[in-house]
Design a protein around this ligand. Structure first.
Ligand code: 8YV
Length: 323
C-alpha cells in the first residue's frame, strides 16, 4: 500500500516528526513562518492529510477547490476555531484535534499567570533585572492573596476542570463555574464547585476569573467593556483560551483605569501582535502562547495526531474526530 501523503505545516518535536516519517510520506514546512491560506488551499490538492496548527487559517474559501485530495485535517492542538469545520464537512473532509494531553500544562500556565499577576512577580523581576531594587521594606510590591480566594471558571471542559483541581485542592480556592451546558453534579462535587447560569452572575462574585472556553465566533469578545465593569475593581482576569474571547482594547482601558485589578494573558487577538496599549500596563502579565509548551505535552500532541491519522487511514474512527 502506498503511504498517505501528509503535510505538517510547522516544525514539530523531532521525535514525533521521526515517528510520523516512518508511517507516512511526510512533508514538513521547515520555514519558520506559517503557510498562508493560499498555500494550504494548494496543498489540499496534493496531500491526503494536512496537519494544521493554531497559526494556520482555514476559512471556507480554502476548501473551494475543483478537486481536493485531502481527506483529513488533523489539527495539532485542542482549539480548532481556525478551521471552518462546516466547510470541511461539506467537502467530506474529517477534522480531528488533540484533547486531554495538554489540559494539565495549560492549567499550569493559567496558575502561573494567576500567581504572577496577583503576587506582582513580573514587576518584581523587572525591578531586579533593571537594578532598581533597594531592599526589603514592609510596603514593597504588595500583592493579593491567592489561597482561599474565589475563582470563577468560564468553560468547564477538561482544561477548566484541571484548573479547578489545582486551585481548589492546591490553593483552597472557592470555585464558581459558568458553562454553556449543565455540569454533572458529581463533577462539580470534585472541586466543591458551584455552577451559575450566566457570565453576569459569575463576574461580580470573583477575585479571579479564568477563561477556558473555546474561541471562534460564538465567544468572540465574551469579555467586553460591559462585563469587565461587572468585575470587582480588585479582581484579576486570566486568559489561556483564545485571544478573541477578550476585547483587548476594552481590557487595556480597564487595566489603565483600574476597573479591574490586573490580568494575565497567554493568548492575544492578533498573535503575534500585541495591542499597543497593553504593553505598558504594569498590572498585566503576558506570555507568548505557552499553554502547551512542554516537551512532554508537545510530544503527546504529536502522538495523538499520529494515532488519529493511523485510525483514519486504516479505516477506524479517529478518537478525536470533531467534524
Ligand atoms: C497549542 C493551544 O499549542 O491546543 C491549543 O488549542 O492553544 C495551544 O496550546 C496550539 O494551538 C498549537 O496548535
Amino acid at each position: 500500500m502506498t503511504k498517505p501523503r501528509v503535510l505538517v505545516t510547522r516544525r514539530w518535536p523531532e521525535a514525533v516528526e521521526a515517528k510520523m516519517a516512518e508511517v507516512f510520506d511526510l512533508t514538513i514546512n521547515r520555514d519558520d513562518r506559517p503557510l498562508g491560506p493560499d498555500d494550504i488551499r494548494a496543498a489540499m490538492a496534493d496531500y491526503d492529510a494536512v496537519l494544521p496548527t493554531v497559526t494556520d487559517r482555514l476559512p471556507a474559501p480554502v476548501f473551494d477547490l475543483p478537486k481536493t485530495r485531502t481527506r483529513i485535517l488533523a489539527n495539532y492542538g485542542v482549539g480548532f476555531a481556525h478551521i471552518d469545520t462546516e466547510a470541511a464537512k461539506s467537502h467530506g473532509i474529517a477534522v480531528t484535534n488533540t484533547p486531554d494531553v495538554l489540559s494539565e500544562c495549560t492549567a499550569d500556565i493559567a496558575m502561573t499567570l494567576m500567581l504572577m499577576v496577583a503576587r506582582r512577580a513580573g514587576e518584581g523581576e523587572r525591578e531586579l533585572r533593571e537594578g532598581r531594587w533597594t531592599g526589603w521594606r514592609p510596603t514593597h510590591l504588595i500583592g493579593t492573596k491567592v489561597s482561599g480566594a474565589t475563582l470563577g471558571i468560564i468553560g468547564f471542559g477538561r482544561i477548566g476542570q484541571a484548573m479547578a483541581q489545582r486551585a481548589h485542592h492546591g490553593f483552597g480556592m472557592k470555585i464558581l463555574v459558568q458553562n454553556r451546558s449543565k455540569v454533572a453534579p458529581e463533577i462539580l462535587a470534585r472541586y466543591n464547585a458551584v455552577q451559575v447560569d450566566t457570565v453576569e452572575d459569575l463576574l461580580p462574585q470573583c477575585d479571579f476569573v479564568s477563561l477556558h472556553c473555546p474561541g471562534g465566533a460564538a465567544n468572540r469578545h465574551l469579555i467586553n467593556a460591559r462585563r469587565l465593569d461587572l468585575m470587582k475593581p480588585t479582581a484579576f482576569l486570566i486568559n489561556t483560551a483564545r485571544g478573541e474571547v477578550v476585547a483587548e482594547h476594552a481590557l487595556a482601558q480597564a487595566l489603565w483605569f483600574g476597573t479591574i485589578g490586573g490580568a494575565g494573558l497567554d493568548v492575544f487577538e492578533r498573535e503575534p501582535l500585541i495591542h499597543p496599549d497593553l504593553k505598558d500596563a504594569d498590572n498585566l502579565v503576558m506570555l507568548p502562547h505557552l499553554g502547551s509548551a512542554t516537551r512532554e505535552t508537545r510530544e503527546g500532541m504529536g502522538m495523538r495526531v499520529l494515532q488519529n491519522l493511523r485510525d483514519f487511514f486504516e479505516g477506524r474512527e479517529p478518537q478525536d474526530r470533531v467534524a
